[in-house]
Design a binder for this molecule. Structure first.
Ligand code: CP3
Length: 348
């Protein structure tokens, strides 16, 4: 039994290669994904089909020597399970029936959460059973703030304006939504762990749009509470936090949520992160995924620069945001080979 390098490093050990995986490593840039996606019906039909979701989760590992699989699902299964209508429209992204008042929260209920999410746990079990030796399985959920922005806006938005308006004007009412998400999300993550996830990542993709005090209130505090509840039931599972766009507030987030590792967005300077964060936290990131679209020498130079910048401490190579559909799979192959080779060259 080979211990996965990702687990090794997240438990404070030294991995002799830099673990590597990529956000959205399964998805539309892979022709084999598009084939299954067509067969499955809607995006949520695919997510709730354990056979197909497990296959899609494993697809990128069949092509590339990645260190981990990330469960194929979406952060918006939580509002879906709570009874909000969630759809994914081609070219448009997610569309939800918006909830903008405390009264609107009455439409949500925890009654069906377990039933709706059970197929996701089944996917985790199947992937766990099929995963080759030495590979880790990452489970995940959205952070309450980011999930709430979609629930309130009804779609992706540029400025999260509707969610902010509610949070700033009526913090008590908005708290009711956040508290419901904390409870549901902690339970969701604990059940992924019970089903066989080795690592958990919390995606707070819109954390960076909040000013300092509101960031503390709506990103840090709910995430800290989720981490506490997960550790209560699963004390040893490593947790990676991704407060995208938090800038220098990454340090406050890390301290106050007590996550084990930080996923860095593309804009966070490596030198700053290495200096201020890497002594206490394991860092993950942060190649701009557009470099993988560009490919070739420029991509490898940038990847090399990142590997070097983080070579003084624990580092998991990743992108700073998800891969986009235009990414050529050949470029991904070249990148992953480069990262896997790199550590060998530089430690011998
Ligand atoms: O490979 C992986 O990383 C695992 C699967 C995964 C998906 N979404 C699959 C997906 C993960 C971890 C997510 C997280 C997610 N989903 C986030 C946080 C990370 C981020 O990107 O900021 C957010 C904000 C969402 C919400 C969401 N889901 C949006 C905005 C969209 C539309 C944009 C798009 O890429 O189409 C989705 C749909 C989605 N989630 C797809 C996939 C593969 C594409 C759907 C399709 O195949 O038609």
């Amino acid at each position: 039994m080979i211990k996965p390098s990702l687990i090794e490093i997240l438990h404070g050990g030294q991995a002799n290669v830099t673990p590597v995986w990529l956000m959205r490593q399964a998805g539309r840039y892979l022709p084999e994904y598009r084939k299954i996606r067509e067969r499955a019906g809607t995006f949520l039909d695919l997510v709730y089909n354990p056979d197909l979701a497990a296959e899609v989760t494993l697809q990128p590992l069949k092509r590339f020597p990645l260190s981990a699989a990330i469960l194929f699902s979406d952060i918006l299964v939580v509002p879906d399970a709570l009874g909000q209508q969630v759809g994914f429209q081609a070219g448009e992204g997610p569309v939800l029936e918006p909830i903008r008042t405390v009264d609107g929260l009455k439409k949500l209920s925890r009654a069906r959460v377990e039933d709706v999410l059970n197929p996701v746990y089944e996917t985790v079990r199947r992937v766990r059973a099929a995963l080759p030796d030495g590979k880790a399985l990452i489970g995940f959920a959205g952070a309450p703030w980011t999930v709430a922005t979609y629930m309130v806006e009804g779609r992706g938005s540029k400025d999260q304006g509707e969610a902010k308006k509610w949070a700033y004007a009526d913090p008590d009412g908005f708290s009711a939504l956040i508290d419901l998400l904390v409870e549901t999300t902690a339970d969701y993550l604990n059940k992924q762990a019970a089903a066989g996830a080795d690592v958990l990542q919390i995606f707070d993709s819109w954390a960076g749009s909040l000013p300092e005090n509101e960031f503390s209130k709506w990103s840090i505090r709910p995430t800290a509470e989720i981490v506490r509840r997960v550790r209560d039931k699963n004390p040893h599972i490593p947790i990676i936090g991704f407060p995208r766009g938090a800038g220098p507030l990454y340090a406050d987030y890390a301290r106050e949520t007590s996550v084990d590792a930080l996923s860095l967005d593309t804009a966070l300077p490596q030198s700053w992160a290495a200096q201020h964060l890497q002594d206490h936290w394991i860092l993950q990131g942060n190649l701009d995924p557009k470099f993988i679209v560009a490919g070739g020498k420029r991509m490898l130079e940038e990847a090399g620069r990142i590997l070097k910048a983080f070579s003084g401490g624990p580092h998991i190579f990743n992108t700073g945001h998800g891969l986009t559909p235009e990414t050529p799979p050949d470029h991904v192959a070249e990148l992953i080979d480069f990262v896997v080779e790199w550590k060998h060259e530089n430690t011998s």
